[in-house]
Design a binder for this molecule. Structure first.
Ligand code: ADP
Ligand code: MG
Length: 263
């Protein structure tokens, strides 16, 4: 089984025209050198992700999920193998070139919301546009639009301390969307949230995905992974499972069955 590339396995989403692959990873290896020891974090990962997919990544702690996300997000480089993002081979890009691609094409959401404390929701959302060559009015407008997309138009002037965890994560999602990325990468975005709030975040993800955004999400929770269209399971730096989700639930429907805080 290990010798067959994951994308060609029966049961995997059939790969249509190669041109529509947003992400194409071939035989990816990543080593970390720690003094005398060498950690082999990715051990031959091959995968294609098409435009409009919603992929969840699961696997035990230390299985290589975050390492893989950092590669996809152009935060780090492979030790060997190839990575093409929207048809561009970025394997040989240096840090500066990666940073440029990252700012244009990738939106990140993390477990900790990483918002600036003394900064309003609107200003937090606007931050990534400071590097783009657009004027102040347009930046403000894009930030306001992104906040509207996550349902927080009425919280634009709130500071992080005045918002719930779920609201803060929605600001972080707005910030990730503000430069209109090709991919949204989320590493355990619901890890600090209660179960209802987690499903609310999945509702936003499904909505964004319905509108065409490609999403890759790392989660520990099977319930959360089921909202994606496909689930990859990592073990010891390899993809061990690659299965479409059957009977995928709609987060908006699941929410109707969950108690609200007031209940
Ligand atoms: P996961 O996100 O699935 O928990 P990681 O990708 O963080 O796994 O880690 C995979 C392996 O690589 C682990 O053994 C981890 O200790 C190691 N690792 C991750 N990041 C680093 C780093 N910056 N330096 C050294 N080792 C690392
Ligand atoms: Mg991790």
């Amino acid at each position: 089984m290990e010798t067959i590339p994951a994308v060609n396995r029966p049961g995997a989403t059939p790969a249509p025209a190669e041109a529509s692959a947003v992400i194409r990873v071939e035989d990816a290896h990543k080593y970390y050198e720690l003094g005398e020891t060498r950690v082999h974090a990715l051990r031959g990962v091959s995968i294609e992700i098409q435009s409009g997919e919603f992929v969840a990544i699961m696997g035990a702690s230390g299985s290589g999920k975050s390492t893989f996300m950092n590669i996809l997000g152009c935060l780090d480089r492979l030790s060997s193998g190839r990575y093409s993002l929207e048809g561009i081979d970025v394997s040989e890009h240096d840090k500066k070139a990666l940073a440029l691609i990252r700012n244009q094409k990738i939106g990140f959401v993390f477990q900790g919301f990483n918002l600036l404390a003394r900064t309003t929701a609107l200003e937090n959302t606007e931050l990534p546009t400071l590097y783009a060559k657009i004027d102040k009015t347009e930046r403000r407008k894009r930030a306001a639009d992104a906040l509207t997309m996550v349902g927080l138009a009425d919280r634009a002037q709130h500071f992080p301390s005045q918002m719930s965890g779920g609201q803060q994560q929605r600001v972080a999602i707005a910030r990730a969307l503000v430069n209109r990325p090709s991919i949204l990468l989320a590493d355990e975005p619901t890890g600090n949230l209660d179960s209802r709030t987690s499903v609310e975040i999945m509702e936003i993800f499904q909505h964004l995905n319905d509108k065409g955004l490609t999403i890759v999400l790392v989660t520990h929770e099977l319930d959360i992974a089921q909202f994606a269209k496909r689930v990859l399971v990592f073990r010891d730096g390899k993809i061990r499972k690659n299965d479409p989700v059957v009977n995928r639930p709609r987060a908006s429907e699941v929410l109707k069955t969950l108690p609200t805080l007031e209940d």
